[in-house]
Design a protein around this ligand. Structure first.
Ligand code: ASP
Ligand code: MG
Length: 417
């Protein structure tokens, strides 16, 4: 017997019929003798609709009321699933964040989880009941509902799995796992049976949309094994595949992965903008002068490249950021031009970051050189490069994004046979 948290995303609970299908998946696990808690998202599209109404009522709205409104989608699906479970003979009860309670900090709209009391949920489970928990929401210190940021029910699920000491957190979604790269770009992409937390964190941060980045961080810190699988697979399909698990991807500690590939996956993110500050004074405090004000404006800067100055006086600093923040960043930097001390600001919008990810890189030399050569052979120009122990990222023209992803995917032998 195991204790499992099962999380179902928006497309898996899109209507009552799909909710009945979810109930059948839950019943299968209960019938197999497991203790189960379920976390649900809102029906797909519901949260967007709630956000739209909120903005329509007033573009500049009170964040506490935003949370009161947008958290309601999950309240609906938790109740509906509890009813659907009861209807097929599975004892179930819905729980809103405040009823657990799942406590958050006070940052309404993007709150962080502060603590979760697991006792109520555990005692319900040991009594044979299935708690059906509304994801995405919790209780702020001011005693009001807070939401965790878009996509936050993944984080709810992992946090709850940790709080109830679950053996596994199964995330049911509309794809059957994590792929070596985006299968829409590379049809030869393969589903990974296992991926290490650190690799998944890179994949999620770099554009793989399967899981909210924070949920992966949380899983890594609390060592929650996360299994990504499809709710569109038949609920009565055999539950044991070649790896001892049903089809899906297990996100786990690297120790659980016996054979490491050098490269596990290729991620990419479009919508990157590039800003270069030319002839910046080369003195202590300059980088802080550039990036401090951007951080204060909550602008997330990514790749940073600074040259060694030739004359000891000036240098160039180039960095990337999301296109959506480009205009704001330019405004902030130009306002501080004299203070920072740079001569010119150049910017480009159509950049794409392509990253090669794999824990195996730690113990293999030449992985980067192989990527650069492969891209050169295809005539892809690299604008900037950054690396870490388990990742190489290159910034290239968006027009070459697909070619670069395909090239790297095949060069590292990731194409399926
Ligand atoms: N319903 C919320 C959203 O659409 C949370 C989630 O689905 O994870 O962002
Ligand atoms: Mg989601």
């Amino acid at each position: 017997m195991s204790r499992i948290v099962m999380k179902f995303g928006g497309t898996s609970v899109a209507n009552v019929e799909r909710i009945r299908n979810v109930a059948a998946h839950v019943k299968r696990e209960v019938d197999a003798g497991h203790e189960v808690a379920v976390v649900v998202s809102a029906m797909s599209g519901a949260t967007n609709q709630l956000v739209a109404w909120t903005t329509e009522a007033s573009p500049l709205h009170d964040a506490r009321e935003y949370d009161a409104i947008v958290s309601s989608g999950e309240q609906v699906t938790s109740g509906l699933l509890a009813i659907a479970l009861q209807a097929i003979g599975v004892p179930a009860r819905s729980f809103q964040g405040w009823q657990i309670p799942l406590r958050t900090d006070e940052s309404h709209g993007a709150a962080r989880i502060a603590s979760i009391e697991g006792e109520t949920l555990i005692s319900r489970m040991t009594d044979g009941q299935v708690p059906v928990i509304a994801g995405f929401q919790g209780l702020a210190p001011n005693n009001r509902i807070a939401t965790l940021g878009r996509g936050g029910s993944d984080t709810s699920a992992v946090a709850i799995a940790s709080a109830v000491k679950a053996d596994r957190c199964d995330i049911y979604t509309d794809v059957d796992g994590v792929y070596t790269t985006d299968p829409r770009i590379v049809p030869q992409a393969r589903r990974l049976e296992r991926i290490a937390f650190e690799e998944m964190l890179e994949m999620a941060s770099l554009g793989a949309k399967v899981l909210q980045v924070r949920s992966v961080e949380m899983a890594m810190v609390h060592k929650v094994r996360v299994f990504v699988r499809s709710s569109f697979d038949a609920h009565d399909a055999p539950q044991v595949g070649p790896g001892g698990l049903p089809p899906g991807t297990l996100i786990c500690d690297e120790d659980e992965i016996v054979e490491h590939q050098v490269v596990t996956g290729i991620a990419y993110s479009k919508d990157e903008a590039q800003i270069s500050l030319r002839r910046v004074q080369d003195r202590p405090g300059v980088a802080a002068g550039v990036f401090g004000p951007l951080a204060e404006a909550s602008i997330n800067v990514d790749m940073i490249v600074q040259n060694v100055s030739e004359d000891g006086k000036t240098t160039d600093i180039t960095f990337t950021l999301p296109t959506s923040d480009q205009a704001r960043a330019i405004q902030i930097l130009n306002a501080k031009k004299a203070e920072i001390g740079f001569e010119a600001l150049n910017t480009e919008a159509d950049a794409c970051k392509v990253s090669v990810i794999g824990i195996g890189m730690r113990s293999h030399a030449g992985v980067a050189a192989q990527a650069f050569q492969a891209l050169a052979n295809r005539g892809v120009n690299i604008r900037a490069i950054t690396t870490s122990e388990i990742k190489i990222s290159v910034l290239i023209d968006t027009a070459y994004a697909e070619l670069a992803v395909r090239t790297l995917h095949s060069v590292y032998g990731l194409d399926k046979a």
